[in-house]
Write a protein that binds this ligand. Structure first.
Ligand code: ADP
Ligand code: MG
Length: 293
């Protein structure tokens, strides 16, 4: 048995645990140099994972996103991307790996047409003109906006605008994609479309995804969740474990998933069902219960 454990450990050592794409250590930042917006924050994000960051307004989520892309300069601590520390020297190398989609779809348009918008980043990246059209078409298709390539971005719905913004960042082949409340200004349909698109990107690519969100249903479908409060990381783990800590979430003024409310309500009414954090799991549990009858 000892031998076995030994070789397993060794195997782990050789193949390595899943790699950290991002590592943040004791990060502190203050806008006014009096109150820290982010204080002593540490976390790791696994390569290819889908991480959600949740927390009440003002808890420091956007500040972290801006620190990660070097829009703000940390006061203390370190940020590593692929084990390279973010410094003045590595800033552009790291920024090339990261795409970000913000909250307000109207703030990210500059072009006269959807096509111009998708092309904007490519022009900045000195992509050959002959290759551009193909790239634009590929990513317009990916976000289902092919029919709108010549439309004026201002005339699109919020959800369509965010899809164009996503096509624009995807066109730059990022390794990390950050969404900062990118669905918060959308109607339910727009929200659902963007969430589905994020899921699809996660499934089909190796892109590491970080989504800052208030949408607890999105959290339950992610791989990893980081909970922020008052500039601190207060919880960090698997959504299934964290979403069950109902009392903590309520104290942090956060919601719990509908599926969990539903399974709790069923139990209160005498139905012997386990807590579920997603509707898919509720269906599975209900089928099990039905089979047991
Ligand atoms: P969140 O994205 O979680 O809502 P933020 O990171 O935007 O939170 O903000 C964290 C704290 O920093 C808040 O107290 C906020 O008021 C403050 N803050 C954010 N942006 C600025 C800014 N540009 N100047 C000064 N203070 C700011
Ligand atoms: Mg924010």
């Amino acid at each position: 048995i000892m031998n076995c454990t030994f070789s397993l450990d060794k195997g782990h050592f050789i193949t390595g645990e899943a790699m950290d794409k991002i590592k943040v250590e004791n990060l502190t930042f203050s806008y006014d140099k009096e109150i820290n917006a982010v204080e002593n924050v540490s976390f790791s994000i696994e390569e290819g994972s889908y991480t959600t960051i949740i927390g009440h307004n003002g808890s420091g989520k956007s500040t972290i996103a801006k620190l990660l892309i070097g829009l703000l300069e940390k006061d203390q601590g370190s940020i590593y991307v692929d084990d390279v520390e973010l410094t003045m020297e590595s800033l552009y190398e790291i920024r090339d790996k990261v795409g970000i989609v913000f909250q307000n779809p109207d703030n990210q348009f500059i072009g006269a047409t959807v096509s111009d918008d998708i092309a904007f980043g490519l022009e900045n990246h000195q992509v050959e003109t002959s290759k551009m059209q193909g790239i634009i078409e590929k990513f317009a298709e990916k976000v289902k906006m092919t029919d709108y390539l010549l439309s004026e971005p201002t005339k699109l719905s919020g959800g369509q605008k965010q899809r164009v913004a996503i096509a624009g960042v995807l066109a730059m082949s990022p390794e990390i994609l950050i969404f900062d409340e990118s669905t918060s200004m959308l109607d339910p349909q727009g929200k659902a479309e963007i969430n589905a698109l994020i899921q699809e990107i996660h499934k089909e690519s190796k892109i590491t995804i970080i989504s800052i969100t208030h949408d607890i249903e999105e959290v339950s479908h992610s791989d990893h969740v980081i909970v922020m409060d008052g500039g601190h990381v207060v919880m960090d783990g698997k959504p299934d474990d964290i979403l069950r800590k109902e009392d903590d979430l309520i104290r942090l003024r956060l919601d719990i998933p509908f599926a969990l409310k539903f399974t709790k309500a069923l139990r209160t009414n005498g139905i012997d069902i386990k807590d579920c954090t997603t509707l898919e799991k509720v269906v599975e549990e209900v089928c099990q219960l039905h089979l047991r009858k």
